[in-house]
Design a protein around this ligand. Structure first.
Ligand code: LMR
Length: 393
């Protein structure tokens, strides 16, 4: 059966983990996969997560199944964190999902069940795995303009025009904040204009919210979701706790659906749970209980907000540090978009050949598109990094 198979291509992002690990050069720099790193270049378990995990070990008395929707208390807290009071909760449902990707995958099956011929419009560019993940599930995808690769700005007018061409009933995939890969988000006025087109064209927003708290604050980063929720009859939101709780490998996320009314919400809830049963049966528990313990305890929640603000602050500082170092070494080049972008990523704005050159000659790893993970920059490697980049320009 397998003898005629060919190996699958390496993953554009995850493939870099092994490449970097196997590079023996001590000065190598990893700006690839999106994980937070401290000033020492480490990705530690958050202190607040350690505290909650200890509490969990001490108190958990069963590991029996809890069902396809996961932990109700986790779901309620995540729903509140995402939507606050922007919409009547009788129209809203939230289930636990295995990370943001698991949530996107369940949403894809739900969309196919509801509207098999719908197209999902995705930003050009979008997260490298959106297309294989959603397309692989059977959805038809088309791009809408988003990023100007020369000027390093959002093409808001072209985006609005692109969305105006989408037929009523189509789905629009949006990044709630910290757009991956560009790091450039629409302004609040831009979001208002995007929401108006969505309402006018009767499109369904499908929001990927993988970085809440990494751009400005937990509340500000939820602006798009909450603004849309107040306007549209139906919406899909996929959340991830990978980054803001540092629970990457534990696979923690939620899928929320806003329906037109309670009866429709209840129908969708039964369909979503049925989808889950046919894919992975029940979600993993550990990380979700940890998040639930944190969000349900005012002291732990306050400690989490502080750790989150520290991560956000470090990303901002590293953007400035690299931009300054590049200004000195390559004064003819403008890298100011590094500091205009937010969150974990942005494009460096160099060619795939220059990316390859950086990897081969300097041990500097990034995605071929020149997307860099800002968290890979430290005060200790920034000079080497800027020297290397200047050398390939
Ligand atoms: C990334 O974009 O690097 C992260 O979201 C990790 C991943 O799964 O691709």
């Amino acid at each position: 059966m397998f003898e005629s198979m060919q190996p699958a291509p390496a993953d554009a992002i995850l493939g870099l983990i092994a490449e970097h690990r196997n590079d023996p050069r001590p000065q190598k720099v990893d700006l690839g996969v999106g994980v937070f790193r401290t000033a020492a270049g480490e990705t530690p378990v958050l202190d607040v997560v350690k505290t909650a995990e200890q509490r969990l070990v001490d108190t958990q008395d069963s590991k029996a199944y809890i069902g396809t929707a996961g932990d109700p208390s986790f779901n309620a807290e995540m729903q509140q964190l995402t939507f606050a009071d922007s919409v009547d909760e009788s129209r809203l449902m939230t289930i636990q999902a295995p990370g943001g990707s698991g949530s996107l995958r369940v949403a894809a099956s739900l969309i196919l069940r509801a509207r098999e011929d719908a197209t999902v419009w995705v930003s050009e560019p979008t997260w490298a795995n959106h297309i294989p993940l959603l397309g692989g599930a059977g959805l038809t995808l088309k791009p809408y303009p988003y990023y100007d690769t020369d000027k390093h700005v959002i093409r808001i007018d072209a985006m609005l025009e692109g969305l105006r061409q989408a037929p009523a009933g189509d789905i629009v995939l949006l990044h709630a904040c910290c757009h991956n890969p560009s790091g450039l988000d629409p302004s609040e006025d831009d979001w208002r204009a995007i929401a108006d087109v969505i309402v006018e064209r009767e499109l369904v927003p499908f929001v990927d919210m993988a970085y809440q708290g990494f751009a400005t604050s937990l509340n500000d980063d939820a602006f798009a979701v909450r603004h849309l929720a107040g306007l549209v009859p139906e919406m899909i939101v996929a959340n991830s706790c990978s980054k803001n709780f540092g629970l990457y490998r534990d696979r923690v996320g939620t899928l929320s659906i806003l329906a037109a009314d309670t009866a429709s919400r209840d129908t969708v809830y039964s369909q979503v749970n049925n989808v889950v049963r046919t894919i992975y049966s029940v979600p993993p528990d550990h990380g979700a209980v940890v998040v639930s313990l944190i969000l349900n305890d005012p002291e732990l929640k306050a400690a989490w907000r502080i750790e989150l603000a520290e991560m956000r602050g470090r990303l901002r500082e590293m953007r400035v540090l690299l931009n300054d170092a590049l200004k000195e070494r390559a004064p003819d080049h403008d890298f100011s978009h590094l500091v205009r972008a937010v969150g974990m990523f942005c494009f460096l704005g160099i060619s795939p050949e220059q990316v390859m050159h950086l990897k081969k000659d300097f041990g500097v790893y990034m995605v071929d598109s020149s997307r860099i993970n800002i968290a890979g920059i430290t005060a200790g490697n920034v000079n080497y990094l800027a020297d290397s980049i200047a050398a390939v320009l």
